[in-house]
Design a protein around this ligand. Structure first.
Ligand code: ADP
Length: 305
């Protein structure tokens, strides 16, 4: 399916796109948030330096359906993405993995005719609730795409700084944020002497880490990665996988992958989808060695897919 260029250039959309006749989501009271983590989706996300490690953010999906016009691509999915854990989404091509994760940061609704129903909660707050700022949702739940997509006309520095500049925040020390983000993405030492050079001059693996740095610069709480290594060579893939291990100390990570070895390497838990449904979600080791559902076993042992 087509990939959006970036999350930073989206047009604002209505925030009441989630619909379910019974009951309407926006009419429901929002579940209580943890008093330890007062936060507002409509406002800025928690500044990184105030965010202690291991204090993460959960994403909960309840009865999520996703449609393209009349076609239902995701059916009645319930899943909880635990804080500071890596969850892999696996399943055969076309089973709805990308569609599902795009419901989590409200990217799905950008496709004409597409809609999402059900509940998506970030730390208990409904991201489709009325009054929720879609841009704030996408900053809190960042996304890295399959194909590295640095802004083609921008330097390395500007690629990382772009999202922060768009916020118009005057309190952010941009040089510090750029360095911190590039360090966080494991790229600083490779690019610190050429920050003014074009982002697209980097290798594919570096470009993908640049995109991760761009995501980190926005201080997200959750990072979704949609097949982030499928365009990378094995060495670049390993670097990104190592990075994922680092990043989960600060972020909750959801990774779509068609590569089961990758899921086994990076994910704490793995969710298996089939024909739009979530078949099973469990500890990765269990999914690969002793799954509950025979369809999961058939898939992970290569009988189909
Ligand atoms: P996966 O990520 O598991 O490969 P997708 O979420 O991309 O699966 O696709 C799930 C289903 O939705 C497929 O049947 C696919 O053809 C359909 N689909 C995906 N993108 C679009 C789109 N932009 N318009 C219409 N149908 C789509």
């Amino acid at each position: 399916m087509t990939e959006p260029e970036s999350t930073e250039h989206e047009t604002p959309v209505q925030d009441d796109t989630i619909r379910k006749e019974d009951p309407p989501v926006s009419a429901e009271p929002e579940p209580a948030r943890s008093s330890a983590e007062p936060r507002s989706l409509a406002g800025a996300v928690t500044p990184a330096k105030e965010k202690p490690e291991q204090t993460g953010h959960t994403v909960t999906l309840k009865s999520v359906d996703a449609y393209y016009g009349e076609q239902r691509a995701v059916r009645d999915v319930d899943i909880e993405y635990a804080a500071n854990r890596v969850t892999a989404m696996i399943g055969p091509s076309g089973c709805g993995k990308s569609t599902l994760v795009r419901c989590i940061n409200r990217m799905h609704e950008e496709i004409p005719g597409a809609r999402c129903e059900g509940h998506v909660l970030l730390d208990g707050a409904n991201i489709y609730g009325s009054g929720v700022d879609v841009t704030a949702v996408r900053r809190a739940i960042g996304m890295v795409f399959q194909k590295p997509n640095p802004f083609p006309t921008m330097s390395i520095y500007d690629n990382v700084a772009a999202g922060v500049r768009l916020t118009g925040r005057k309190d952010v020390k941009l040089d510090e944020r750029v360095e911190q983000s590039l360090r966080g993405a494991g790229l600083w030492d490779e690019v610190k002497d050429r920050l003014g050079r074009p982002g697209i001059g980097l290798s594919g693996g570096q470009q993908q880490r640049l995109c991760i740095a761009r995501t980190i610069a926005n201080e997200p709480e959750v990072i979704i990665m949609d097949e982030p290594c499928s365009a990378l060579d094995p060495i670049a893939t390993l670097k990104v996988e190592d990075l994922i291990h680092e990043l989960k100390r600060r972020y909750t990570i959801i990774i779509v992958t068609h590569n089961m070895q990758q899921a086994a390497r990076v994910a704490d838990t793995t969710a298996f989808m089939l024909m739009g449904e979530l078949v099973e979600h469990a500890e990765t080791q269990k999914i690969f060695t002793n799954p509950d559902d025979p369809r999961t076993e058939e898939y992970v042992t290569g009988k189909f897919g």
